[in-house]
Design a protein around this ligand. Sequence first.
Ligand code: SAH
Length: 502
Amino acid sequence: MANVFLVGAGPGDPGMLTLRAKEIIETCDIMIYDYLANAEFLKWCKPECEILYVGKKGGDHTLPQDKINDLIVEKSRSGKVVCRLKGGDPYVFGRGGEEGEELVEAGIDFEVVPGITAGVAAPAYAGIPVTHRDHTTSVCFITGHEDPTKGESGHNWEVYGKSTSTLVFYMGVGNLPMIAENLMKNGRAADTPVALVRWGTRCNQTSFVSTLENVAREAEERKWKAPSIIIVGGVCSLHDKLAWFEKKPMLGQGVVVTRAREQASGLVNILSGHGACVHEFPTISVEHLDDYNEVETAILQLARYQWVVFTSVNGVKFFWEQLNAIGLDSRILGGIQVAAIGPATADALKDRGINPDFVPEKYVAEHVVEGLLKLGIQGQDVLIPRAKVAREVLPEELKKAGCNVTVLPVYETKLAESSGDDIVAALDNGDIQYVTFTSSSTVENFFELVKPEVFKQYPDVKIASIGPITTKTVERFGFTPNLEPEDYTIPGLVDVLLSDAD
Ligand code: SAH
């Protein structure tokens, strides 16, 4: 089997990577990558993977192509698995062909993993099918980088000009006036639609449609930049009608997610699905306790309790981890009533075969206690597995109601070991429109990493808080949240963001 792979990374949207590409990224020993529309994939490399950047952003070549070829051959000879990762498709204006030839000449076997090329994906995300029966019978991929005035030009402008083919130009922004001029000179009508799509498929995608005669001026007015795909032909007239991606309510809106990394994915995926540019900034990390003796004892004596009240998904997760560690499972809760303080916690319990006896409509400690009292919790023994440091309202209220409450720490949250520098840089760039807080500790740690006096410098950035308790903590730091959902849940938080961005 070959140990070298020329792999396409697709156009930028992380979802546009093939399964095969992901598999190779996850298993390779050496990763040699170009400037990519999205370098997120590198996080899937094994920790011991050797990661080499060989550049190519515009004219800035970190390594010239012949040196890149030498490097690939040298690394491949080691017998280790080499992933040569390129944007889009490796054989479409990616010089993958040349690298393949070098490998063949060196007697090294390799495989190619095609990727989704920007020339198809960027138009598709801008509502432009590159072929359409009403408009064209062919599509032509062209480099816009070659200087068409040069004697040795490989372009046949006469053919491009006369054909009805959809023309898709890569690397063409700098030469746009020349491209438009040559096409019109060779027979394409001045009113032929032309579209430019910048950062196609990413949350910062932008595009516009013009005509051959106006496009160069318009691009200049808009100070249009690379990387962009240029599409010429009747299909561009479908842009408005078929736009779907650019209709997403949060497209281009920068949102900071401060939840712990392990917990962030739900919120991150929903927001990304609505087009937001999500900045993951885990301010807390959820960690094991040093010692689980107390938890083990409580579990072994669980029959003493009439109620177990779970206050978070993590509470459920870490409680079950210990349950399993001592060889027990959900059956131990058989004779005990179980409460979850919110829908996500309830789902975590359902995943473990427990249908909670009580889930309040809204999580405010007072509501919870009221609901539990209706179910007759007064006077009973209640166990609350939860974080080491947490608010005392629920245990206090239950005690007031005459319950015998035992608080059982099963995990702890700590200040994440991250720096606020990237977030401050993104704030400076104007890339952030919203900061979301999903608990008081995310607020406290956020302002530990990004000082309140620094954050004050960005008054246009809106704060979204999950509920009144988190809001109080935000206020303590001198800020007032702009958004707060009515039901204090993650879906509720997403809803208020969506209606605000709309
Ligand atoms: N092998 C790549 C193309 C590399 S050439 C592929 O198959 O897609 C680099 C050019 O690709 C850029 O100058 C730009 O024209 C285009 N390009 C790459 N990613 C893009 C993106 N996300 N949006 C728009 N154009 C992109």
